[in-house]
Write a protein that binds this ligand. Structure first.
Ligand code: V47
Length: 396
């Protein structure tokens, strides 16, 4: 266990009373959260968040052998989610929709360690029905009987309910019966009505996103949660968003982990409008979004860093700023690479172990519910990884 930091040594005096709350186990209020986002004293912020994390997770850092699959990039919100570079109109260049056979083929291509989880998300396709996903999940479970299926964001679930003219609950029940185990946290963006009106005008509202997750939790489907930061949102918008997530977690306890998602401005309308093409979030913002989340979410056990977005280098650094969970092997990442991410498509299993160890932490391969699968790696058969973290490793 690490020693608690001494607030008297904090450079920013605004952090001192907040630190007293954290050390005494008192929940932070929205004004505290905003002060944390506004400080430039990231080292004190990080020390506090690292302490809060150590209280929950010790020196363990989790990772998984997972595989991302994106069955289609066709999306009815193509023209209104102006931050997204992944979506295409049905007849646009680069649009694709996989047959189930193609999904099974891609799923069979685990790299290195056997995959334990498929992470499946895509666009809101106007014609792909509930039966396509239900059959996909059944087919994946037949081919990979021990696999965990984490699939479909709240936005995709609500879209399926709309085109099937049924309820979110009916869609979730049908998918759960077909093999859906948990849901990812995407589609949340920033809940503020004003922000959504600017970046995702026709998407599910923040309240509707929360309602889908509440329904999932009631049906026993655990989920993740996210926030897309680094575009037009203010510190107050971020804290309003985190408060809505914290409130739902108080009510249901259904969130497994929170993932701050760093906005990538390339190849999308918002990035062009903001004059941000080629300049993703700063390291300071990345550090703060992890540390503030760790301090604000006294009721969510894990904070995950998504290395394809912030780079493996930054993911390694945030392990000292309150983060205890590193996105897994991934295998093939499309959403951020379409938006200009220069990171690798895949991190080798051994690369993840080395990345975590080099940060002075204890790597633990986890399953999708954070149960340890493996914590001894001395007999790893994969060869050492040369250059695995190089940002220019960018398979097409
Ligand atoms: O909701 C889209 C984001 C999300 C861009 O639950 C963009 O374990 C940055 O939610 N720049 C989908 N971000 C990904 C996601 C996720 C990722 C990793 C793990 C988990 C999990 C969930 O990607 C979208 C949106 O917020 N996104 N476009 C962009 N240009």
């Amino acid at each position: 266990m690490i020693a608690p930091p001494n607030p008297a040594h904090f450079r920013d005096p605004a952090l001192r009373p907040i630190a007293e709350k954290v050390l005494g186990g008192t929940r932070l209020d929205p004004a505290d959260g905003i002060a944390l986002f506004e400080t430039s004293d990231v080292l004190s912020l990080g020390a506090l968040a690292a302490y809060a994390n150590a209280r929950k997770n010790g020196d363990r850092v989790f990772f998984s052998a997972n595989q991302h699959l994106n069955p289609t990039n066709v999306c009815v919100l193509r023209n209104t989610c102006v931050f997204c570079s992944f979506a295409r109109l049905p007849k646009e260049d680069g649009a694709y929709t996989r047959s189930l056979e193609e999904v099974y083929q891609e799923a069979a291509h685990a790299v290195g360690a056997p995959t334990t989880e498929f992470h499946i998300v895509g666009g809101l396709h106007p014609k792909l029905r509930l039966s396509y996903y239900a059959e996909m999940f059944r087919g994946l479970k037949e081919r990979h009987p021990t696999i965990h299926i984490k699939a479909l964001t709240a936005v995709e679930i609500a879209h399926l309910a709309r085109i099937e003219k049924t309820t979110v609950e009916a869609v979730l029940l049908a998918l759960r019966d077909s093999g859906l185990d948990t849901m990812p946290g995407g589609g949340a963006e920033v809940f503020s009505t004003a922000v959504r009106a600017t970046i995702a005008e026709r998407k599910l509202t923040g309240q509707e996103w929360v309602d889908v997750h509440r329904t999932a939790h009631r049906l026993g489907i655990r989920t993740n949660c996210t926030m897309l930061y680094g575009h037009v949102e203010t510190a107050a918008d971020r804290i309003e968003h985190l408060t809505m997530l914290r409130d739902l977690q108080d009510e249901t306890g259904g969130f497994l982990t929170y993932i701050p998602l760093a906005y990538h401005p390339d190849h999308n309308e918002l990035g062009e409008e903001m004059g941000r093409v080629g300049s993703a979030t700063t390291g300071y913002e990345d550090l703060k979004n992890v540390a503030v989340a760790r301090l604000y979410f006294d009721n969510i056990d894990h904070i995950k860093t998504h290395w394809p977005m912030v780079t493996p280098f930054m993911s390694q650094v945030v392990l000292g700023f309150g983060c205890d969970d590193v996105e897994g092997t991934v295998v093939y990442e499309r959403v951020y690479h379409e938006a200009g991410a220069k990171t690798a498509m895949h991190l080798p299993y051994r690369g993840l172990v080395e990345l975590i160890r080099a940060a002075g932490k204890r790597p633990v391969e986890r399953d999708s519910f954070y149960r340890p699968i493996r914590d001894a790696f001395d007999d790893l058969e994969e060869p050492p990884v040369a250059g695995a973290f190089a940002p220019s490793v960018h398979a097409a």
